[in-house]
Design a protein around this ligand. Structure first.
Ligand code: 2AM
Length: 475
């Protein structure tokens, strides 16, 4: 009996999504270039409840095992591997069949492939999938774009497989034509970069200026996670503070190397911001922070000069009033809304340019569950997503940050300006002014010049919680 759908590309994401689909009652065929992963997936399907999942070692029998019109989800590396996989599969596909790319692909590649496929009478979708390995297995947020006809073939599967949020429904919707699904996922990842940077900076203010211990940090973040900041990233941040290293006597966070890289979607987001002339300062500076984090040796050297100049002492010798920490919470909230608004602005601009007619409120809705940037305040964003209101949110948060900055320069509040477009020279001159006028300026940007930058912590926390990395890889 033919299966309902096929999935090619059985790295962990692919395996998990296939198991998720099978578990929801849709018989699925699976295939992978390296056949041992096919057997591995079949084994898992048996162990995880005798799920209706069938493995194939060659592409022909794989494709032919699927009911017509056939739908195959591909989860292979973006770029050339996608083209190669399409080539392998399309030999056996027939008119009306469909391929879905579930990877983080550049949207223009999807549009190119959609056209090429159409010439063969085949349909194509580029579908962003967010939620990491965990999400793929138990319910991701899904962003399919391209052929609406193809979407309709599998809508019933996607509605069941995606994350389910009470009151707002399954975290999937047809995004729009062409490469819009990939584009929206790319922006989602850009927002994620900004969000991680903001959380890392809030952490740094609390740790370096507030001098909170890991136990206190865990309490603060857990507390924050009960209110307006409730979100996946805050939750895993709170969790990471409680995790000990493998010897059990030191905290893992304090051993994380403060150096991180990137996979590409953050960079693409910033490139698109420049192309579209849309301000995205938080997302842009989160990328800058990653560039700087990579310069570990230079930062260590620079920190010596920095300390010799007397700047380091301003920061570390400071008496702090822990009751003022509430400002950091507010700054983080304001900055996060700002960052999400930047992403929405980018999507809106692109939608106009390409005539995609994207529904921003719907996007905020499908990001409420399953995905990495899920956050309770997306409800508010979802309601705000009409035209000029986005810009208002953006301006409001910018002025909110300015107020925090001016308060702190007057010595009345905390410098809790998170991830703005302030460059390193500006930071240094702020220090100089502050020093001359004997104003204390705790400044989160400091970390980028010194050692112990917390930039990588959130990324690592994320990897860790999602089971994507072993403890050893942190050292
Ligand atoms: P593999 O197991 O045979 O390497 C993530 O790397 C997934 O992409 C894996 O399933 C991997 O298959 C697949 N992949 C990477 N490059 C590929 C290619 N050129 N052709 C087919 N699959 C590829």
């Amino acid at each position: 009996k033919p299966t309902r759908i096929g999935l090619a590309g059985l790295a962990v994401m692919g395996q998990n999504l296939a198991l998720n689909i099978a578990e929801k009652g849709f018989p699925i065929s699976v295939y992978n270039r390296t056949t041992s992963k096919v057997d591995e997936t079949v084994e898992r399907a048996k162990k995880e409840g005798n799920l209706p999942l069938y493995g194939f070692h060659d592409p022909e029998s794989f494709v032919k095992s699927i009911q017509k019109p056939r739908v195959v989800i591909m989860l292979v590396k973006a770029g050339a591997p996608v083209d190669q996989t399409i080539k392998t599969l399309s030999v056996y596909l027939e008119k009306g069949d469909c391929i879905i790319d579930g990877g983080n692909e550049w949207y223009e590649n999807t549009e190119r492939r959609e056209k090429a496929m159409a010439e063969l009478g085949l349909l194509y979708l580029g579908m962003g999938v967010s939620g990491g390995e965990e999400g793929a297995r138990y319910g991701p947020s899904m962003m399919p774009g391209g052929s609406f006809e193809a979407y309709k073939y599998i809508e019933d599967i996607l509605l069941k497989v995606s994350a389910q949020v009470p009151d707002s429904g399954p975290c999937v919707t047809f995004i729009g034509k062409g490469g819009s699904g990939n584009f929206v996922k790319m922006i989602h990842n850009g927002i994620e970069c900004g969000d991680m940077q903001l959380i890392a900076e809030a952490y740094d203010v609390l740790k370096s200026v507030g001098k909170l211990s890991n136990e206190e940090l865990q309490k603060v973040f857990s507390e924050w996670n009960k209110g307006e900041l409730l979100s996946f990233l805050i939750e895993i941040t709170a969790d990471i503070f409680g995790i000990k290293d493998d010897k059990g006597d030191a905290y893992l966070v304090d051993k994380v190397l403060d150096k991180t890289g990137m996979k590409g979607t953050g960079k693409w987001t910033v490139q698109q911001a420049a192309e579209l002339s849309i301000a995205a300062p938080t997302i842009e500076s989160s990328l800058d922070a990653r560039f700087l984090s990579g310069l570990k040796d230079e930062r260590v050297e620079a920190s010596k000069v920095f300390k010799a100049g007397g700047f380091g002492d301003i920061l570390t010798d400071q008496e702090v009033d822990k009751s003022k920490l509430v400002d950091v919470r507010q700054a983080l909230y304001a900055s996060r809304i700002c960052s999400y608004a930047q992403g929405m602005n980018l999507i809106r601009a692109k939608s106009i340019e390409k005539g995609w007619d994207l529904k921003l409120g719907e996007l905020a809705r499908i990001w409420k569950g399953g995905c990495i940037i899920r956050a309770v305040f997306l409800d508010r964003i979802s309601r705000l997503m009409t035209g000029i209101l986005i810009l208002q949110t953006f301006l409001w948060t910018q002025s909110f940050r300015r107020r925090l900055l001016s308060d702190s320069l007057r010595g009345e509040g905390w410098y809790a300006l998170l991830s703005t477009q302030v460059s390193a020279p500006q930071v240094l001159s702020t220090f100089k002014i502050a020093k001359q006028s004997k104003i204390s300026v705790p400044i989160s940007r400091r970390v980028q010049l010194e050692q112990n930058s917390p930039l990588s912590i959130i990324t690592s926390a994320e990897n860790f919680m999602l089971g994507g990395a072993s403890i050893n890889s942190f050292w």
